[in-house]
Design a protein around this ligand. Structure first.
Ligand SMILES: [Zn+2]
Length: 279
């Protein structure tokens, strides 16, 4: 964990405006050992600006403009980040705030740079900041685009034709059963991670993953245990175990949970079966 720089005292007059400090703190609290994080705009808004999305976007834009954050280009993602949807913003915390060149800006374009993280910490973390020239400049529209409130890309068709064919007689029950199961999966995901997202149940991305999990026989208890298993890993402790990650890994994880069953003893003298030979 990084410690804060005393230099912050000089930058607080800028950070105390417009929820900038709140939003920066939300990102600090989500960031990993590489000082990177990818909370959704919903989370940033809920935690950083008391539910006001426009304010959160404005604060984020200011922080990016003043180099406190950089958006990690898709090409420069770490292997741990490649499972995230391509348009999910990944933030690199730089540890510094730099005056911009705009004389109208409240930083007064005075050329000053302030550290918010302790410089020694930044040195020890093996610098992985992005070269400013390669950073994607994103305008306000893109920052507030709906993709961020719906970070999970639909990977399954959303139409009903993926429902396994069942007799028409019990179709209403089947549909209700499936709907209940999807809600139960989302509920456990929210509960286990204390997610602040009022719209979680309505997100088509979440629902399509939950539906697929349900169809694969994954139970809410499986999801809970998988999240708990992930949280044992330091990397995941301060991060949301996202649906895309669950979708990609829970089946393999579940298969390993089932203890291998010993084959029945073979009568003496009988040749080994082909399965034994295959090991
Ligand atoms: Zn400025």
């Amino acid at each position: 964990m990084n410690s804060l720089s005393f230099d912050l005292k000089n930058a607080m007059r800028l950070l105390c405006k417009d929820n900038r400090w709140n939003v920066l703190t939300v990102l600090m609290l989500h960031s990993n050992v590489r000082n990177r994080c990818w909370p959704s705009m919903d989370i940033i808004t809920a935690m950083g600006s008391n539910g006001n999305r426009a304010k959160a976007v404005r604060a984020k834009k200011w922080l990016i403009k003043h180099k406190a954050l950089e958006l990690v280009p898709t090409k420069q993602r770490h292997p741990d980040e490649t499972h995230l949807p391509p348009r999910q913003h990944i933030y690199q915390l730089t540890g510094i705030i730099q005056a911009c060149n705009d004389p109208e800006c409240d930083c007064k374009a005075d050329g000053k740079t302030y550290a918010y993280y302790n410089v020694q910490d930044l040195k020890s973390f093996n610098g992985e900041t992005i070269k400013s020239s390669t950073v994607e400049i994103i305008d306000g529209e893109t920052l507030s685009s709906p993709i961020e409130s719906n970070p999970i890309k639909d990977s399954t068709p959303s139409s009903d034709d993926v429902i396994p064919s069942t007799s028409n007689d019990d179709k209403p029950d089947t549909a209700k059963q499936e709907n209940d199961a999807i809600n139960a999966l989302i509920e456990v995901w929210i509960d286990e991670q204390k997610v602040i997202d009022k719209k979680a149940y309505g997100k088509t991305g979440y629902r399509s993953v939950a539906k697929q999990l349900y169809q694969e026989g994954i139970t809410p208890e499986d999801v809970r245990k998988f999240i708990q298993y992930r949280k044992q890993d330091a990397f995941w402790q301060d991060k949301l175990v996202v649906w895309g990650h669950i979708q990609g890994n829970i089946a393999t994880w579940k298969a390993k949970q089932i203890a291998p069953v010993a084959p029945p003893p073979r009568p003496a003298g009988e040749p080994a079966s082909v399965f034994d030979l295959m090991g």
